[in-house]
Design a protein. Sequence first.
Lengths: 184, 415, 122
Amino acid sequence: MELTWESLAFLIFSAMTLGGGFAVVTQRNLFHAALFLMLSLFGTAGLFVLLVAPFLAAVQVLVYIGAIAILILFAIMLTRRIMGLETTLNSQWPVALITMVILFVSLLLVLTPLGDNVSGERLNATFTEIDKESEVSDVSFTTVAAIGEAFSTRNGFVLPFEIVSLLLTAALIGAIVVAREDEA
Amino acid sequence: MKDILLDLGLADGLAAVLANVIGAGMLATIFLLIPIFTIWVERKLAARFQNRIGPNRAGPLGLLQSFADVIKLLGKEMIFPRHVDVVPYVLAPVIMVSAVVLIVAVIPLAPTIIGTDLSIGALYFIAVSSFTTISVVMAGWGSNNKYALLGAFRTVAQLVSYEIPMVFMLLLPVMLAGSMSMMGIVEFQSNYWMIFYLPTAAIIFLASNIAEIGRAPFDLIEAESELVAGYMIEYSAMPFAMFYLAEFLHAFLVAVIFSVLFLGGWQGPFAEDLPVLGILYLTVKTFIVYFGMMWVRMTLPRFRIDHMMAFNWKFLVPLSIVQLLVAAFIWKIMPEPDLTGNLIERWVNEFPRMAVMGISGLVVGYASLVMLRNYASQQRKHILSLTTTTQTYPLAVSPTPATGQSSVIVVTPGD
Amino acid sequence: MELNEWAFIGAFFAIAWLLPVTPIVLNRILGPRRVSDKTLVKTDTYECGVETVGDTWGQIKLQYYLYAIIFLVFDVEMVFLFPWAVAYNALGIGAFLAGAVFVFLLVEGLVYAWRKGALEWS
């Protein structure tokens, strides 16, 4: 395999994602685990950039690192024992292991043929406006406006768009009810 | 840049990478050196505001003061307190500076001069700003100090809270320009600056950004008298200076971003033909905004933390939502003018839409201020009634009323 | 072309990390290093001269968590509003209605939080 700058970046970001993920589950210090989670999420954002999806990359950083990771840190601070866990395994680890293996195998089964299908010329076939000779790096990102249009036209996704808002409101109310239960 | 490197006989891929690195290095370094100057400006101005002279020893007018400080800081001892969590403690200042420097990449300096014109520039600006939050938590945790941790949590609560009105108001320039690219937003302002369409939004954006950088009156992040410098308490020498540098650079960049989004960026007479003029216009606008920010900083006292949170959640957030909806509605019902003629024609054609948008924004802003004033006067009456009716302690009553009333000396608790 | 622009951002990331590291390393080299003895008072936790009591990394107030949750909800909301804002010029009045309903549903949550006192700093 030829080592291009793109593949080098891919290797770096994959290493960040996988290494960060591995450190999350092995760290005994919950705070450090959360920091490694951020590293992993950042690697994912980099992968999104390589897939020419910068909007998703920015969302990944903004929502996951900027908001969810902060929420996780605050949640960690609410727990009693942050450091020095004796073991990172609890009684459910066999179930988790089995689930993980099943998930991994099924992902492999689904993605491998899919990868064969969309490789080469088949990849370009889905982007009708791009001629077959063009490279991935020439794909311009103009889908943000298309997403926005889909959100607000009747034939598009206006109902899911509103339901998202409803869901978020429900999440907000639920969080407040749960969090303030002990005080009320 | 890439062409020069290709001429030197480098491979195409390597030349592209090197060109990127050199360009990025130059841009970032230039911006990183700006605080050396702005710190001097700020100290000098603060001194004038307080009727002092300010730095005046190092160099003419004290201009070299910041250089002297940098050299002094390099010679200081870096103290690692015994109980720190080393990795987060050391990484925090680095992440803080890098997060702020990253903003520079999408700032359009002139029609042709920009780091890189990302199609999601505006979103990129908020995304990289969120790294500062992480840095604050790491500093607070890593220091293993109760003041630091408390300060860090307060800071994070402040940063995330004020991000909401900021982003809501960032949506409006994006909506009007129909683009998230910073260059696209500047080009939209070739007829009228954004601030004429969105006066209230501009003020909300600036206010919440001042809170984001933790300056007075929102400087609870440092709060010397309560939290002894907050999350920075355990830092010394260069790591501390990095936080300081990041704060000043961030303040400067906020002024730049405000000029870009609302004051037309590089737009000005002949800027299209001569890029240097564009840089000059942007610099002048930036320093006017920066001076305004300093003025606010020198004038207003610090908020109390509960007031600050209430100000955001109960005033700025509802106001920004109302402003967003009103502006979106007006923008939709106003017919799109013909913008093909020369500058005068475009000015005339665009004027009605701009005027209606601007006036609607001012009405929203004024109405909210009236509501705020009424609420404040109610509160004042409430407090006044509490102190005069239920909590008076007569110390002495004069036995013979001289004027028909008994004169009572009242002590109000809490004075 | 888009990927080339991001290559610049990648280079910027590297530079942005290098710039603050350089003075810190310089400081480490140039500055004095007298803390050989880890029992020195100056390496103590700074608490205005008072010895620190108990563990720092303890519990925090629930209030911070509530702010973070409300922020997260708004953050996700705004991520959805950005594409809407970009496409807004090209769309009809229906786009305004879609956005308005979206925001109003969110306002409901904010009003609930306000009435329940979740926005109070306690």
